[in-house]
Design a protein around this ligand. Structure first.
Ligand code: AMP
Length: 281
């Protein structure tokens, strides 16, 4: 696996893949890699001859008071994991490579970015859309792979790619979980042993709500109430938000008459965890 940190080195490495006629798949990450990220790499390997992974903790997508400074970083361990997973190229730029002096563009994707996480983390999806647009422009992949765990992010990226006519196919890979159901996340590293024990209750509450739908409940209000009841069974989880939205538009629904996304965020101590399930339709 080759490792590059500058735009010219990235471009020439990708160009050499293209000269060999290889399709290029791209997996953007913020590092602190776990099996969820590596599953994206695996998915990328299935659809392309060469896999490019980026590691960049993007300051633009963290709000004031969020965890940018303490976000876990371990480039050497990440590079080793990527090598083992069969990635071909790691792009790990410094902040001034991604945002050189004079950088002045913000990409705002209206609509899908405005509810849910977008409403609670102002500016977050502008930061995501801006970095993804720049990364896609630098790497110029045929395919880019994102994780369902960040469902709203996937919707924002799909809208961005469509609206800007970018010649890249967006693939969404399923959420990878620990054996007790907790969605893998770089932020799980913040959890104390006690908090870690409590954390899977988030996914259990999502599944319990999905079950309530399966046995016939269609009203959003009732399903959201079922979720709140389920989550309150674990006192160490503090509910931050829960939304039931159209899985494509991310707009709230009143009843489940099409595929919907049930997405929730909880606080466990100082850590904020998110997860979601899709059902209906
Ligand atoms: P991050 O490093 O958290 O920005 O995530 C990079 C990519 O990995 C994003 O597309 C995430 O949605 C995806 N990802 C993060 N956690 C998981 C997971 N548990 N399962 C699948 N994909 C994930």
């Amino acid at each position: 696996m080759k490792r590059v940190a500058t735009v010219p080195d990235l471009r020439s490495a990708v160009a050499s893949f293209r000269e060999k006629g290889q399709r290029v798949a791209f997996v953007p990450t913020m590092g602190a890699l776990h099996a969820g990220h590596l599953a994206l790499v695996e998915q990328a390997r299935r659809v392309a001859g060469k896999v490019v992974v980026s590691i960049f903790v993007n300051p633009k997508q963290f709000g004031p008071g969020e965890d940018f400074d303490r976000y876990p970083r371990d480039l050497e361990a990440d590079a080793e994991k990527l090598r083992e997973a069969g990635a071909d190229l790691l792009f790990a730029p410094a902040v001034d490579v991604m945002y050189p002096p004079g950088f002045a563009t913000t990409v705002h994707v209206a609509g899908v970015s405005e509810g849910m996480e977008g409403a609670r983390r102002p500016g977050h999806f502008d930061g995501v859309a801006t970095v993804v647009a720049r990364l896609l422009g630098l790497v110029l992949p045929d395919v880019a792979v994102f994780g369902q765990k960040d469902a709203q992010q996937c919707a924002v990226v799909m809208r961005l790619v469509k609206d800007l006519g970018l010649p890249v196919e967006v693939l969404v890979a399923p959420t990878v979980r620990e054996s007790d159901g907790l969605a893998m996340s770089s932020r799980n590293a913040y959890l104390s042993p006690e908090e870690r024990k409590a954390a899977p209750a988030l996914f259990r509450a999502l599944l319990a709500t999905q079950l309530v739908h399966e046995i016939g409940e269609r009203k959003a209000e009732k399903l959201l109430a079922a979720f709140r009841t389920a989550i309150s069974a674990e006192p160490r989880l503090e509910l931050d938000s829960v939304d039931l939205v159209d899985a494509a538009t991310m707009r709230p629904v009143e009843k489940v008459d099409r595929p919907v996304l049930l997405a929730a965020a909880v606080r466990v101590g100082r850590t904020r965890l998110i997860d979601n399930v899709v059902f209906g339709g």
